[in-house]
Design a protein around this ligand. Structure first.
Ligand code: HEM
Length: 451
């Protein structure tokens, strides 16, 4: 399918990793952080070929393939180097995507607010520095994922398939419908879609974006296109076009502490998120039932319906004068049982396997977390000193949140701990083929590096 971007090139969506185009099937996800260190480049390329062959049509691209289990593959910059990506192509990444090249470990303290217990030095094995990994994700129904897992185990060496990270969607308290997350909110209300594409997303409040906000090589909502690569040969442009950047971020949630702060005040829970726990808009315009979900911040310049300091308002950019120009696509799934499940184990670790997609890690993912979540956002009339109430790294001794009614509440703590983050590149169908069959790359390796 071809989507025309006004004033920009044409996005060939059939080449794009499917996870970026529509919500994946099923309720279960497994992420394997596959270590590559013990292999040489030729073996790694063989493994990529084997993976592609074993996964078959599950490794889906474009919006029209409908696998029961969706496989997606993200590769870190060191993973690309491990495949001996030609130096001129590495140079393109170095210039156009420095955060990706540096990796999340180096960016974490300065750009992502990961300090104290969230510091990269404490991250789980697999996310740590000096390890070369690919991230293979399988989304689907539990039984389908299990079958494909068994097939992978049969054909791939054990050391290539360590224990996966596993997460499963769940319903809300008393079986409330939809995908909910710990802290007691329904998620999946918004989903970012490429404008003009007939997405299968059934999100109640979808957000349309330019192709270039999710896919490389096209004009983004900020009006730029860092991977236009006009001066480069066609092969190079095609290698980057229609791929995407992804982030896997394991976030542990301290649910007890959060619940103690909320203290059963459901109106406060809603204010902290910027939506009611069931995802509906706080104080919708009366008599307009279609607007139960639709959050139009232009209609809320004072932050009465969606408070300036709330998670949702921060993640959209509090001023919002120019609409949504830094969209971030979310495919996150919670791990651990919800505390509202009657027989849930209170001591169990729980949290969110955050999975985010964008075309620019610096201006999208890092801007949302490092600026909008971590600082008082521009245009904000929020008089408190709290960071993002759901995922901000608040001062350990507590910050202050001022409620819509003017009451100041002190004691917001960091209720999340980052357990690891990976910056990944999700190649297009064309790019995966090029990585497997490096014949054309050999010629590229001899090109002079651009000055
Ligand atoms: C444990 C931590 C987190 C929890 C519990 C959480 C929960 C939520 C909830 C309940 C919503 C509203 C439902 C919806 O819009 O679908 C939401 C929206 C959103 N979250 Fe988070 N979130 C967390 C971390 C993050 C992180 C780390 C990011 C990345 C920067 C992020 C980015 C977003 C974005 C972009 C939206 C959509 C805002 C909009 O445009 O309406 N969240 N989150």
């Amino acid at each position: 399918m071809i989507a025309a971007a006004p004033d920009g090139p044409v996005a060939n969506l059939d080449q794009a990793p499917q996870i970026v185009l529509q919500p994946p099937p099923g309720d279960t996800v497994r992420h394997w952080l596959m270590p590559l260190d013990a292999m040489d480049p030729a073996q790694r390329r063989n493994h990529l070929r084997a993976l592609r062959d074993i996964l078959g049509s599950s490794l889906a691209f474009g919006p029209h393939e409908h696998p029961a289990v969706l496989a997606s593959l993200g590769i870190g910059f060191d993973g690309l180097q491990a495949l001996r990506l030609p130096l001129p192509l590495q140079q393109v990444f170095r210039r156009q995507a420095p955060a990706f090249v540096q990796g999340a470990v180096l960016r974490s303290a300065g750009q992502l607010g990961d300090t104290g217990p969230s510091a990269a030095s404490h991250w789980d094995a697999g996310f740590g520095q000096g390890k070369t990994v690919w991230c293979l994700s399988l989304h689907g129904r539990h039984d389908g994922v299990q079958l494909l897992k068994e097939k992978l185990e049969k054909y791939l060496p054990k050391e290539f398939l360590p224990q996966p990270l596993t997460a499963t969607h769940f319903n809300g308290p008393q079986g409330a419908p939809g995908h909910w997350v710990h802290f007691g909110y329904r998620d999946g209300i918004t989903d970012v879609r490429i404008r003009g594409v007939n997405s299968r997303s059934s999100a109640p409040d979808p957000i349309d974006c330019e192709p270039g906000s999710l896919l490389l090589g096209h004009r983004s909502d900020l009006g730029d296109n860092p991977f236009a690569l006009a001066a480069w040969p066609d092969l190079v442009r095609r290698f980057f076009a229609n791929s995407s950047f992804g982030v896997l971020r394991k976030i542990q949630q301290e649910v007890d502490g959060f619940e103690a702060f909320v203290g059963g005040r459901e109106d406060l829970r809603a204010e902290l998120c910027g939506r009611n726990p069931d995802g509906t808009v706080l104080h919708p315009v009366t008599g307009d039932s279609a607007n139960r979900w639709r959050l139009d911040l232009k209609q809320d310049p004072q932050g009465q319906r969606c408070p300036f300091g709330s998670h949702v308002r921060r993640m959209r950019g509090a001023g919002d004068a120019h609409g949504l120009d830094r969209p971030l696509l979310r495919r996150s799934v919670p791990y651990g049982e919800p505390l509202w499940q009657p027989d849930s184990d209170k001591e169990q670790e729980r949290g969110l396997l955050g999975h985010f997609f964008c075309s620019n890690l610096e201006t999208q993912f890092e801007h949302l977390l490092g600026q909008w979540a971590d600082r008082v956002p521009l245009g904000s009339q929020d008089p408190g000193n709290a960071k993002d109430p759901l995922c901000g790294n608040h001062e350990p001794d507590g910050s202050t949140w001022v409620r819509a009614n003017g009451t100041a509440l002190s004691g917001l703590k960091p209720w999340t701990v980052t357990r690891g983050t990976l910056y990944l590149w999700y190649p297009s169908r064309f790019a995966i083929q090029q990585l497997i069959d490096d014949a054309e790359f050999k010629a590229i390796d001899n090109w002079p590096l651009a000055p």
